[in-house]
Design a protein around this ligand. Structure first.
Ligand SMILES: [Fe+2]
Ligand SMILES: [Fe+2]
Length: 414
């Protein structure tokens, strides 16, 4: 049986716009539908699921901003795009920052560009569908998926242009004392090879590089945002969680460095993935505290890892949940993959070395007693031998990693 074509709903009160879209997309093989009001759009979606919604911003009665915010809340798996005239784009910047819409199609559009944006949105939609229905249901039970905060999107915009604006980046970062302090700590640590005192955020950005700065801000933003709901759970605190994530980031970077000593970009990517690998655990603890506590208790009783009992108690693994959120926030695929496969690296199709490094770093971080699940034991259930063998770890090498990581954590977790 052939797969059914993706369903797209276009919403615009100008009938001429709908007509020209209809002509343009006639032969694309997509199942396109056209409605002239937000109310019609909502009843259409209620009657049948859609993959993608493309809405004009200015629609009488319920406007496009409200419509897409509602679609995001009710049908988070539906990808959302705006059609917006160039002079109206400023109005939708906030909606993009809030994650209500994922992209803007400029109006008037260039035919090829419009088709390309739609194709890429449909790819994203197909990617989301890989997740189990159980996970989709779990995600739907979260009242409103949090969007990435402003300071992160602002920093990202300083990096994404043709020229990186370090001055502006430093200015934004300086407004946040906790992030500024963290950047100074990391930039003065031996992990990034710094031998001289770094005393300003501006210098810290130069020493760390924009990718590392971006990932540190991202992880801090995610932690704050998700941990805002965190209630008391036995054996889980934000501090313990962060210590484990930092340790995994440090170890993953050192492991990749041992294989690719001159590829600092790859080392940085490993660091980022280590830092974010367990974000699904934080999300589960925060959004589903009772289910998460049940998982912790069952893992304790069975003397196994949390990952082994999550399907039973939560209905999804923290890897699935984390990678779903990473996709939701449109993080790069290498991060999504590392989060998704850090417990089963065999299954991964891309960035194998980084995923192997994060897998091993996670296990070592537990073995060294840095953070969560310190009682975890190495067993055939937890270690992927191929990943492990890749790094040629001798007992002496492991001890060096432990000492190095402990020293760095001492600087960072002051
Ligand atoms: Fe994990
Ligand atoms: Fe972990």
């Amino acid at each position: 049986m052939s797969e059914s074509p993706p369903t797209i709903l276009f919403v615009d009160d100008e009938i001429a716009v709908l007509k020209s879209l209809q002509c343009l997309l006639l032969n694309e093989g997509w199942d396109c539908h056209y409605v002239a009001s937000s109310a019609e759009a909502l009843s259409f979606i209620e009657a049948r699921p859609i993959d993608l919604i493309v809405s004009d911003v200015l629609i009488p009665e319920i406007d496009g901003l409200t419509l897409l915010a509602k679609v995001k809340q009710l049908y988070p798996a539906t990808v959302r795009l705006f059609l917006a005239a160039a002079n109206r784009q400023i109005n939708v910047t906030q909606a993009l920052a809030d994650g209500d819409a994922q992209q803007i199609i400029p109006k008037p559009w260039i035919d090829q560009e419009l088709k390309e944006i739609i194709r890429s949105a449909l790819r994203q939609s197909a990617q989301q569908k890989r997740h189990s229905t159980q996970l989709q249901t779990l995600i739907n039970s979260i009242p409103l998926l949090p969007a990435l905060p402003n300071n992160y999107t602002q920093v990202r915009s300083c990096i994404s242009g043709d020229e990186v604006d370090i001055e502006k980046m430093a200015e934004i970062i300086c407004q946040d004392v906790a992030i500024s302090t963290a950047l100074l700590h990391w930039s003065n640590s031996a992990l990034f090879g710094q031998r001289f005192q770094v005393d300003t955020v501006h210098k810290a950005i130069i020493v760390l590089g924009t990718d590392i700065v971006e990932s540190l801000i991202l992880s801090e933003a995610i932690n704050r945002m998700i941990a805002g709901n965190l209630t008391e759970i036995p054996g889980f605190t934000l501090n313990i969680f962060q210590k484990h994530s930092f340790a995994a980031a440090i170890i993953a970077r050192l492991l990749i460095k041992s294989l690719f000593s001159s590829d600092s970009d790859r080392q940085d990517r490993a660091f980022t993935c280590g830092l974010l690998h367990d974000m699904g655990k934080l999300a589960a603890a925060s959004f589903f505290p009772e289910k998460y506590s049940a998982a912790v208790a069952l893992a304790e009783k069975r003397q196994c890892s949390l990952a082994e009992v999550e399907m039973e108690t939560i209905g999804a693994t923290h890897s699935e949940l984390g990678s779903y959120l990473a996709e939701w926030w449109a993080l790069p695929p290498f991060i999504v993959n590392a989060i998704q496969w850090h417990h089963q690296p065999k299954a991964t199709p891309v960035e194998q070395d980084i995923i192997d490094a994060v897998h091993v770093a996670n296990l070592l971080s537990h073995q060294f007693d840095f953070g969560l699940e310190s009682k975890i034991q190495f067993s055939s259930n937890t270690v992927n031998q191929e990943s492990w063998d890749k790094f040629f770890l001798s007992e002496e090498g492991i001890e060096i990693l432990r000492v190095e990581t402990e020293k760095l954590l001492g600087v960072i977790c002051q």
